[in-house]
Design a protein around this ligand. Sequence first.
Ligand SMILES: Cc1ncc(COP(=O)(O)O)c(C=O)c1O
Length: 417
Amino acid sequence: MTSTKVISEEKIAFDINNIRNDFPILSRKVNGKPLIYLDSGATAQKPKQVIDAIEKYYSEQNANIHRAVHRLSQDITTIYENARTTVQKHINAKHVHEIIFTHGTTESINLVATTFGKKFVNAGDEILITEMEHHSNILPWQQLCEEKNAVLKVVPINSEGELIMDEFKKLLSAKTKIVAITHTSNTLGTINPIKEIISLAHANNIPVLVDGAQSIPHTKVNVQELDADFYCFSGHKVFGPTGVGVLYGKEEWLRKLPNYQVGGGTIKTVSFAKTEYADIPLRFEAGTPNIEGGIGLAVALDYINNIGFENISAYEHELLEYATEKLSVVEGLKIIGTSKNKASVISFVIDKIHPYDIGVILDQLGIAVRTGHHCTQPIMDKFGIPGTVRASLAFYNTKDEIDELVKGITKAKQMLR
Ligand SMILES: Cc1ncc(COP(=O)(O)O)c(C=O)c1O
């Protein structure tokens, strides 16, 4: 894997070999072959800057935050709160207290579904999601609807895997309490016209929660420009640690939401007669948080900002086009998700071969892809398939790796037919 790519003349930092050297795992072998990691949509690999920050935390800085007067605790509290500010700046939130640390996208969505649902959703109300949602942006709303006797409405997608906007407009109604929608589909790669969707919903006074799990690693998100009411993402998909995520919420909404989990860290004073709760964001952060996660996430965001999203987007777009072209000519291969506006995710099926079997043979060749329904069973139902093979690309992948993928698929076809 020696291809060198310098995308932008000003930002010569984007040299693919230098980038790959930042990710220790990329130099390991799997089944005796160099690892080709094409599963960044499931979880991204971590640069050594993130790994070093976590090691440093445990070897030099470990203490609990917001709790003690001793030096270690004071220092790590400052570092952790600075990490919150890094997240705020990264997504251009207006206030730092609009950033809530959670365990990941799934918890962020559950937090909103539970608290918003408790206060604002009643029998007969409607919640609008889409056919391309990850299960994590279906089940919390489905459960809420069951509990409240509310109705889950689903915007359909077309055969390219794009949202049918006319249907979206038709489904927005006086009964709609919230729209919950993915920015980018983890299975189809479709990038939704999220700004337009938010503006249409707001014209009807409906708030919008955006599942940003798959957009944050690929694009610069500006929550104020989008005017999102809630925006959720996970640290591990954006080159940071697992077990940490973010819920951005507009201050006006967060202040209106009732408590989620309560316990240590969420209070001002406690007595058996009455408890006074802390202000946002701490009111939503019960118990000792994932301290090293928050710190590592900030380091990951600094890392990608240093490369620059212009460079990342241009390079990933080039990889996507290359992979689409190479895969499209493989006989019997059909790409699922052909939206005009796509992130670097390619799902495909091959005539009469189960995706799982292809995944197993690719693994023998050191190639890591994801196979199955990708936690989006309704998409599989829509396309009438059991699952897909998914190659999800990040800025550390190369065209050589895509060539290896194509060779691997050709070999798998020969073996399985
Ligand atoms: C679009 C989307 N939403 C939500 C999730 C859930 O993320 P997590 O498991 O990090 O909570 C994923 C994970 O694959 C995803 O791709």
